[in-house]
Design a protein around this ligand. Structure first.
Ligand code: ZN
Ligand code: ZN
Ligand code: ZN
Length: 369
């Protein structure tokens, strides 16, 4: 699996005319070699020549955490009195064109640029983004496991098993976080709980507002799966809304338009359609009901080792979807001071059509507790 990824990366480097790829903190490194750099002031850096052996420079005290993959890279621990920037620069040698990981700290980039004055630099994301956007079978399997985990929580929410009325948004958010860890995730990435008028803020920060009878509660949550050492985790991300009591007819009507928009966008997500067209499908359904003015964000984002990555389903992204793309489809409407709603599933684009990984009911659940 990692060897195949490495081959794809080397091919893309060749096409882009890149001599050396360098990766430090962020998700590119675990995606490529299974090791995640500690976000320390100490330098971690993979140096991958387009041909030749890759070297992974890590602080010596981190070496025990590295699962060695000799067929892919050689581990080079550096001690507290060595100069890792000099070691990395020496490994890069006379390379002229370097692709540097997007999340590398500028301190290290600037020091390396001083040491390698003749090199030309570009962000590694332009090479790795399109590769990471096409998931292999193992990645789809892990994304499915992540999605199935949060599906169980969403079902519990809809079944009224997660108490809402009388609790604060923050309490429910903490409850969701605990459950995320219980269903096979190693990390909680976010657990948005937004009640009533707060649901009109798409990324509302759950606070001490108490949830009352007769309002919408929007829950958007996800984490990163726990994996064995040497394997990256994959992200989940789901949004469901419930109503604490019988919802008013106006909300029911708007919500059913939203569910329709979400369903039609999922059905449109086939190989070959431009990413922006899928966004357009949902927007048009909302527009027909006058709700598009309240749909104030893009339709979706890719998902994998990162919670947000390529491809982005947004107006202006003309790139066609490909089999293996995994992304959210999450239209919403947000009416300031009143209420809001969003429905979000993760979908994989396949040759036989869109495959939703989340299978929890889309109907607006009424909960009494
Ligand atoms: Zn979001
Ligand atoms: Zn979400
Ligand atoms: Zn999302």
């Amino acid at each position: 699996m990692f060897s195949q990824r490495l081959e794809r990366v080397r091919t893309a480097m060749g096409v882009a005319g890149v001599d050396v790829l360098m990766l430090s903190v962020g998700s590119d490194l675990p995606w490529l070699v299974g090791y995640e750099a500690m976000p320390l002031e100490r330098l971690t850096m993979l140096v991958l020549p387009v041909d030749g052996r890759a070297e992974l420079f890590v602080p010596a005290l981190e070496v025990p955490r590295v699962l060695e993959r000799p067929e892919i890279f050689r581990v080079r621990g550096w001690t507290e009195t060595e100069d890792p920037v000099a070691m990395v620069a020496e490994s890069v040698g006379a390379a002229e064109s370097i692709a540097m990981g997007d999340h590398t700290w500028s301190r290290f980039l600037i020091q390396l640029q001083d040491r390698l004055p003749r090199a030309r630099w570009q962000p590694a994301g332009s090479i790795l983004g399109p590769l990471r956007a096409v998931k292999d079978a193992r990645e789809v399997e892990r994304l499915q496991a992540a999605a199935s985990g949060v599906d169980r929580i969403a079902r519990a929410l809809q079944n009224g098993e997660i108490p809402l009325i009388g609790r604060t948004e923050a309490e429910v958010s903490a409850d969701l976080g605990r459950r995320i860890l219980e269903v096979g995730h190693g990390k909680v990435n976010f657990a948005i709980v937004a009640a009533g008028e707060n649901a009109a803020s798409p990324h509302h920060h759950p606070g001490d507002r108490v949830i009352e009878p007769g309002e919408v509660v929007l829950c958007d949550f996800g984490g990163t799966t726990a994996e064995p050492q040497g394997e990256p985790g994959y992200c989940s991300d789901i949004t469901r809304c419930v109503y604490t009591g019988e919802p008013p007819a106006e909300f029911v009507e708007q919500y059913s338009v939203l569910a329709d928009a979400q369903r039609q966008a999922v059905e449109a997500a086939k190989p070959g359609i431009a990413a922006e067209e899928v966004d357009r499908v949902a927007r048009d359904v909302l527009a027909a009901a006058g709700l598009d003015q309240w749909f104030i964000h893009r339709l979706g984002h890719g998902i994998g080792v990162d919670a947000h990555e390529d491809p982005y389903l947004v107006s202006g992204n003309h790139r066609p979807l490909e089999a293996g793309n995994a992304f959210s489809i999450e239209p919403g409407f947000y009416i300031p001071g009143k209420w809001g709603a969003r429905i979000e599933d993760i979908v994989v684009c396949t040759d036989v059509g869109p495959r939703p990984l989340n299978t929890v009911d889309h109907a607006l659940a009424v909960v009494e507790g």
